[in-house]
Design a protein around this ligand. Structure first.
Ligand code: E4P
Length: 227
């Protein structure tokens, strides 16, 4: 019985927060619905802290997170691998985020071969997602919002990656990233990305519906009248 429940929750849609702001993560995590966090150099800059500092706190304060992405910033394979290795000892959820470049994918292969979780980022095409999967990536992050900004349907890229991965039994997980609205988050799940990483605001917006708000007001009024 217990096993069935575990399989069930394992298969659910996953929500990651796309932020390095601990206060925001803490508040959202109180819902019990958050599965992980993704950061990038821009989000780290915005937090006013250093990456090792943020990553260490995330690992300690949120031990149930399955993945915490920490991005390397380097030009050579060696530097990327060394940076990755320096973060991974913080905890098993630490996921090394690497760019989809020749060097980044070589570093991905190296780290993946050592059993370290990897997330190939800045993915804008199915071709890049094929290369990342062949490099042993644990996750790939297609950037839906930035594709949309450039007049390419981001969700279609998510769909082609997930179709291709399904056809060939690829185990790499898709994290739909660069999400700016609830609609894009939901359509990402529909299009085969089990994981969506979203800014905290988009997560809170998922609760909202005008009919829920109106309905509650009406129920409250009627309740008051019946007392
Ligand atoms: C996460 O992996 C990405 O770094 C992030 O989603 C990018 O989002 P943006 O396009 O809103 O900066």
């Amino acid at each position: 019985h217990c096993t069935r429940i575990m399989i069930y929750t394992h298969n659910l849609m996953k929500i990651y927060l796309d932020t390095a702001d601990i206060e925001e993560i803490r508040a959202a995590n109180e819902t019990g619905l958050i599965d992980g966090v993704t950061t990038n150099p821009t989000l780290i800059l915005r937090s006013g802290r250093t990456l090792p500092d943020v990553a260490k706190q995330l690992v300690e304060e949120f031990p149930h997170f399955e993945s915490i992405s920490t991005e390397v910033v380097a030009d050579t394979v060696e530097e990327m691998v060394n940076q990755g290795l320096s973060y991974k000892d913080l905890g098993s959820a630490i996921t090394i985020k690497l760019p989809c470049t020749v060097e980044g994918l070589k570093a991905c292969k190296n780290l993946s071969n050592s059993g370290i979780k990897t997330n190939v980022t800045l993915i804008f095409s199915a071709a890049q997602a094929v290369l990342a999967a062949k490099s042993g990536a644990t996750y790939v992050s297609p950037f839906v919002g930035r594709l949309d900004d450039n007049s390419v349907a981001g969700l279609e890229v998510v769909r082609s990656i997930s179709e291709l991965y399904r056809m060939y039994g690829v185990e790499t997980n898709i994290i739909s990233a660069s999400i700016r609205s609830v609609h894009r988050a939901v359509r990402s799940w529909y299009n085969g990305a089990r994981i969506v990483t979203m800014p905290p605001k988009v997560f809170w917006d998922m609760y909202e519906h005008i009919l829920t708000k109106d309905g509650l007001e009406r129920f409250q009024q009627d309740w008051n009248m019946s007392q």
